[in-house]
Design a protein around this ligand. Structure first.
Ligand SMILES: [Zn+2]
Ligand SMILES: [Zn+2]
Length: 137
């Protein structure tokens, strides 16, 4: 028996993102509100020098002026592990982590030769990424 459908690819189904103010697959509940999957992923993938403390690492937050700040200088609940080489790595032990892995894989699978996901395949990608159990994806 197939599991009941909890998720649809309809954009109106998703809550409004606190960051990009669009409606996409919900990523995480941050103190600002629901932040969409794409904004969470962008925050997790951004690395550089923190605008607030000068720390070099993952810059998941934004200060009031919109400059990127590190995980210690913002209220974004993204877990970061510190590797022995001094570089930060994302903690990757929970469902959310698997969803990001899944999404990366789907991006690669559906991407055209230029590396971008064709617009026609975007709903498919969102459906797969939004599935309740990213593990089985
Ligand atoms: Zn967003
Ligand atoms: Zn900082």
């Amino acid at each position: 028996m197939p599991a009941p459908r909890e998720y649809t690819s309809e954009l109106s189904h998703w809550p409004t993102c606190a960051r990009c103010v669009a409606c996409y697959v919900a990523g995480q509940h941050w103190t600002k509100g629901i932040v969409c999957f794409y904004c969470v992923r962008a925050a997790r993938n951004r690395q550089g020098i923190c605008a607030a403390c000068g720390h070099s690492g993952i810059l998941s937050g934004l200060d009031p002026e919109g400059r990127p700040v590190c995980v210690r200088c913002c209220d974004v609940p993204i877990e970061v592990q510190r590797k022995r080489c001094g570089k930060e790595n994302l903690a990757n032990h929970n469902n959310a982590g698997r969803r990001y892995l899944l999404s990366d894989r789907i991006d690669k699978l559906l991407a055209d030769p230029g590396g971008a996901t064709p617009e026609s395949l975007e709903p498919l990608a969102q459906t797969i990424i939004g599935m309740p159990r990213p593990n089985s994806g």
